[in-house]
Each structure stands twice: as C-alpha cells, then as structure tokens.
Design a protein around this ligand. Structure first.
Ligand SMILES: N[C@@H](CCC(=O)N[C@@H](CS)C(=O)NCC(=O)O)C(=O)O
Length: 216
C-alpha cells in the first residue's frame, strides 16, 4: 500500500496510527515523487491519500472507513450501532471542530499575532471542554480516536511557542494519557514529533527573517 504524505501533516499521522493499529505495511511517498499517480489517488490534492493495489482513495476519514472494512482485524468500530455512531461522532468532532481551532494557530508561527493567538486559544479551550463531554461516552480505542494524539502534540508545540495557556479538562488529560500509552500511538508520535518540531523551526526562521530590517 502506498500512503501519499508530507512529513508534517497531522492527518497523515492520523492515518498512520490506524495503519499501525491494524498491523498493516505501507510505503510512503510525497506527491512530488509521482505527480500523475498522486493526481489519480487524490484528484483534489488532499493528503493523506492511499493506493491499495489499484484502489485509490483520499480523505483520512474515508480511508479509515475503507481500511477498517478491507482489513477487519482488529476491528476499529464497536459492534452496536449506537456505539459505532458515537465513535464516528468522536472522529468527526476532531476533524471538524477541534483540529480547525488548532489550525488557526499554524500561520501565526511565521507571522505572530498575539490577538489572533489569544482568540484561537479561547476557541481551543472551548473545544477541549466540549470534547470532555463527548468523552463521557466510554468507547474502546477506535477509528474516531486516531486524530487526537497528533493534534494534542501540535497544541503543545504551538501554545508553548506563543506563550498561551489552555485549560485542559481532567477527562481530556486522562484520555490523552490513555492514547499515548497505546503502542500504535506511541510509535507514531515518536516518529512524527521530529517532523513537527522541524516544521516549527522552519516557520520560526521565516519569522526572524521577516523581523529583520530591510537591507538597503
Ligand atoms: N478532511 C481532510 C483534511 C486533510 C488536510 O487538511 N490535509 C492537508 C494536509 S494536512 C492538505 O491536504 N492540504 C492541501 C489541500 O487540501 O489541497 C482529511 O481528513 O483528509
């Protein structure tokens, strides 16, 4: 299986956590390695995308559902319809609520803006409080959990860089500790962390370059 990815992408990290949890083998390549093949796998340019034999698919959530059906062991959705729906609700909350709130901080690494950063911190704190409510529905580790650990890592890196403080509800702290103790998550985080910090360092360099007075 080919996973089209770029090193710093958190949605690619999300997909690798699932690949690791499933015990699948994959080969990774950037879109630039074969533009035509990537265009076939991801016609609208989204990462991650996969090529499994001759089946091409993009979007981390579509990929997760596909992998769970094509490679059913271990199952990453519970059996009961209500619990399956809850798991999907948890995953959608990550992709459509928490991660977009965190994403608002990415451009601010290269171009600091304390007001925008404070607003984003308020939005993230709100999302973490909402996540604590969702977590009151206990579920085994599954599809809906795979995005959270990389996003939590980014929250740490970004808030530290910008001197922001967030309110982490105890239920979210416990959830995070539980995720980080899973082998599939721990392995991914140790592989991914250097890429995330390299991305931060690169953007910080741009910031210092911008801050230099223009040369005559
Ligand atoms: N909902 C998408 C979001 C993925 C996403 O935002 N990917 C970024 C890289 S982390 C990307 O592909 N950006 C370029 C683009 O969308 O053209 C998914 O789950 O796959």
């Amino acid at each position: 299986m080919i996973l089209f990815s770029v090193p710093h992408s958190l949605y690619c990290a999300k997909t690798r956590i699932l690949l690791r949890a499933k015990g699948l083998d994959w080969h990774e390549q950037p879109p630039s390695a074969d533009r035509d093949l990537f265009a076939k796998a991801s016609p609208f340019g989204n990462l991650p995308a996969i090529l499994d034999g001759d089946f091409a698919l993009s979007d981390s959530e579509a990929i997760a559902e596909y992998l769970n059906e094509a490679y059913p062991t271990p199952p990453m959705l519970p059996d009961a319809p209500a619990a399956r729906a809850r798991m999907r609700e948890r995953g959608r909350f990550h992709d459509t609520r928490l991660e977009p709130a965190v994403r608002a901080l990415f451009p601010l690494v290269a171009a600091p803006n304390p007001n925008a950063a404070a607003q984003a911190a308020t939005a993230i704190t709100q999302r973490l409080a909402q996540l604590a409510i969702l977590l009151s529905h206990p579920l085994p580790f599954g599809l809906g959990d795979c995005g959270y650990a990389p996003t939590f890592l980014w929250i740490d890196l970004l808030t530290k860089d910008m001197g922001l403080s967030l309110d982490w509800p105890p239920a979210v702290r416990d959830y995070r500790a539980g995720l980080d103790s899973l082998p599939c998550v721990a392995a991914e985080l140790s592989a991914y962390h250097p890429h995330a910090t390299a991305w931060m360092a690169e953007k910080q360099t741009l910031r210092s370059a911008d801050a230099q007075p223009a040369r005559k």
